[in-house]
Write a protein of this length. Sequence first.
Length: 491
Amino acid sequence: MTSRPGTSQLRAVKPATAEVLFDHYLGALLGGAVADALGWITEFRRSKNELKRIEVDRVERFVTWSKPTGGRFHTYIDYVSEGEYSDDTQLSLCTARCLEPDGSFNPERFVEELRAWLDYARGAGAAITAAARNLRTRRRARWSSNFYGTGGRQGRRGYVDAGGNGAAMRVAPHALANRHDARRTAEGVWQNAITTHGHPRAIVGALTIAEATRVLAEAVNITKPQLIAHLVDFVERIEIPSGEGFDSWLSTWDREAGRPFMPALAETKSEMKSMLRVAANTDLPLRQALSTLGCFNPATKGSGTACVAAAIGAYVREPSDYRTGVLTLVNTLGIDTDTIASMYGTMVAVRVGSTHIPDIWTTRVQGYEYFISVADTLTKIALRTAKHNDLRVDVSLVKRREGTDVVELTKARTVTKNQRVVHYLLGPGWVQAVSEQRIRSGGLMLLADVIFDSGESVRFRSFRGASGSHQPRRLPPSAREPHQLPLSAEG
């Protein structure tokens, strides 16, 4: 079995030069990250009165804000600086580092990225967190066998019911690396998505948004009706790729779920096509389309299919004015603002390029220099001139230990400001700040901000209980996904 591209005849206007392609790819990356950073501010705000707590009536710029995080028992305050983004962008960067020079995806590398990401995740949803923890706990778990359970409420089966947007939000690098190769894009997205999510909603949503991004990167002159027709055709043709990993995954899924996957996939494909038609109906105002898709319903607002359709619906209504489109979405309180806006922003910016994103945002977004490196790498991979993925750390650097391991230092409470540190996936860097908070259940949460030589910046955290032992934080029941339908949190 294989994922076949649609039959629509789509062609690029002319072969893109490396310089032109780089600008559009930088736009796609920054467009997603800026929208994520702006939308993260409003993600859990239900009214304008809640926005006033951060002294704004409407989000139009980056602000410094704070949010309780860590769950019911390990709550601490995460102070978010201007332009800092959430897990949507973090995991997109993880995905970019897992691409090979030929555009294929290295899912085993992605497993390692997820294990490491737990130490610096921000704004993470329940399913993706559960998936990463399962990979860390079960060292033999592979991308095709990461079947985790959530426990608790009767009828909730964890992985097979994880249908949120946590896969869709991170797959743009697949599309950029393979703008002329729908088949390779789809196979990589399948591997990426099923590492963490088992419900067809998550998988079909991820495949659809990746194909939308790929087509916009390849055929810059495509009309909106052509795009929707192509995506409907693409969804109809979605199939599971062939191969040992996929075959074993499918048999395990059927056994764990107690029902066959293929009928569920067919049902979800039908759902996605219906949602695309709603998205394409520009007679509906955007807010009405979002409501019809279920984006305001707490039970469905984080659905992989609904959020993807919402982003595409926003694109067909505003395909070129990045600022207007993003600000409309991030100020539509009640929807999954950061994820929908991020996917939309990527689609618009890959079409118009980085210069159409306001400088006041691009120059202040977290890790701006790193995005330049990522865009350069993805451009080389897309043009098939890359000899290796330049985003990956030189193993010899880690072996020479340019500093002490930052995770070990954080857990040992010996990390200090201005200290030279190293991370086995992110490389060497400098500690910018260290802080510590006492948390609700007793014990301390230590936070260490690090800027790596690559330009990427992350905040590592480590919890130590009152007894002095390091403990992982637990998710509150309200943050987990219910049976079948995902909650609003990404993941």
